[in-house]
Design a protein around this ligand. Structure first.
Ligand code: GDD
Ligand code: MN
Length: 379
């Protein structure tokens, strides 16, 4: 299979390399058309397929792509109802792609079409499985990231490096939205990629456990043309969970990790509030404690609702009813906690720290299982 970079169409003797470009879109109507026009020029070099994976954009992105596809056989639209997220869109596009090689890139103009050929050439010439377009490569250029985002990404990169196989230590951008890969090799891994959140590439590197032959090319990261970034706090949270999930050898369920982290913020809320009420408020401990416990449980509930269980997020009246159920569900184990810790102390080991830990673990498992089932109605 040949990659024709001298401007001629691929010759008949060596069939052209088939390349699938996967473009996830969410409200990119004004960015996608100019991008497609540039990408379609690649037909001069490769046997091209472009898959646009749209998550039911409200701005008519899918309708526009559908129109364009009438005149453009290389263009395919995958339209999904409900927003399942960036990583999930990438996975779906890659699993449907028919190319020898696939390239994933952002559709808002932040990734340059010129990087596509460069990535494919590197993949072919160096016989790699994966080529990452890096924003943090020594020769890269960042025009489209705020200082804060750049700093955040640099931290995230460090955490990512730490949690992944040492074989990937030399990489510089574990969260890039631009990468090229060989599909035959990647399909079994793609199936295993967990699609929570934004970070498809990080997950791919995690499930591959150091087995992929990878290299990076520098990107020139452009400012977004129209519209706004879809990265928000919930997506950053998902990423934190992904890192902890990798560090736990992917044994603990992600949702349980999220629930546990939220629970630890509840401990802080309770202790701080109790201090505040007794110290500044002059209220005695016995009266302050129940108040602080209920406040901590309420804060846990609200945070879990927007982070851990946001796919089943409760609103309006259901939010209030959910709170009552949550308080009920978590009050049982609070009592059990005390009983358990005492039983442990008396029968298993006269060690108050272990006794309390045993109580906390049982409460955690109960709270997680019971609230998943009864508050947010998930399995
Ligand atoms: N189908 C689908 N569904 N596409 C989505 C979704 C979604 O839920 N969310 C975002 N996208 C698409 C956008 O339309 C865009 O083409 C691309 O994914 C990137 O989204 P942006 O919202 O522009 O992300 P960003 O520029 O803030 O984030 C950049 O850096 C991240 C790492 O820090 C991108 O390069 C990301 O790909 C990268 O992971
Ligand atoms: Mn962007």
């Amino acid at each position: 299979m040949a990659l024709e970079t001298d401007g001629k169409a691929a010759s008949a003797s060596a069939p052209a390399l088939r390349v699938s470009i996967v473009l996830p879109t969410y409200n990119e109507r004004y960015n996608i058309e100019p991008l497609l026009a540039k990408l379609l020029l690649l037909k001069q070099h490769v046997d091209l397929e472009i898959l646009v994976v749209d998550d039911d954009s409200a701005d008519g992105t899918a309708e526009l792509v559908r129109q364009l596809a009438h005149h453009e056989p290389s263009l395919r639209l995958i339209r999904r109802v409900g927003r399942a997220g960036l990583a999930s869109a990438i996975k779906e596009g890659l699993l449907d792609a028919t190319g020898d090689v696939a390239v994933v890139m952002d559709s808002d103009g932040q990734h340059e079409p010129a990087s596509v050929l460069r990535a494919i050439e590197t993949l072919q010439q160096q016989e790699l499985d994966l080529v990452i377009g890096s924003r943090f490569h020594a020769q890269a250029e960042i025009l489209g990231l705020s200082g804060r985002r750049e700093q955040g990404s640099s931290w995230a990169n460090r955490c990512a490096r730490f949690s992944l196989s040492r074989a990937y230590d030399s990489l510089t951008d574990y969260m890039s939205g631009f990468f090229a890969l060989r599909l035959d090799e990647a399909i079994p891994l793609l199936r295993a990629v967990d699609v929570n959140g934004f970070k498809f590439l990080y997950e791919l590197l995690a499930v591959s456990k150091g087995r992929l032959r990878v290299a990076e090319i520098p990107l020139s990261f452009q400012p977004r043309i129209h519209g706004r970034s879809k990265l928000d706090l919930a997506i950053v949270w998902d990423f934190l969970i992904s890192i902890l999930h990798s560090l736990s050898f992917r044994i603990l369920p992600r949702r349980a990790i999220s629930f546990g982290l939220v629970g630890s913020t509840g401990v802080l809320v309770q202790v701080l509030l109790c201090q505040l009420l007794t110290g500044l408020g002059g209220i005695n401990f016995e009266r302050a404690l129940p108040f602080a416990v209920v406040a901590a449980a309420t804060s846990n509930y609200l945070i879990n609702n927007v982070l851990t269980f946001r796919f089943a997020r409760l609103r309006g009246f259901a939010l209030l009813r959910g709170l009552l159920k949550f308080l009920l569900v978590s009050s049982l184990p609070a009592l059990a906690n005390v009983g358990l810790a005492i039983a442990f102390y008396e029968n298993v080991a006269r060690d108050s720290l272990w006794a309390q830990l045993a109580g906390i673990i049982v409460v955690f498992v109960w709270n997680y299982a019971a609230s998943s089932r009864f508050v947010w109605n998930t399995p």
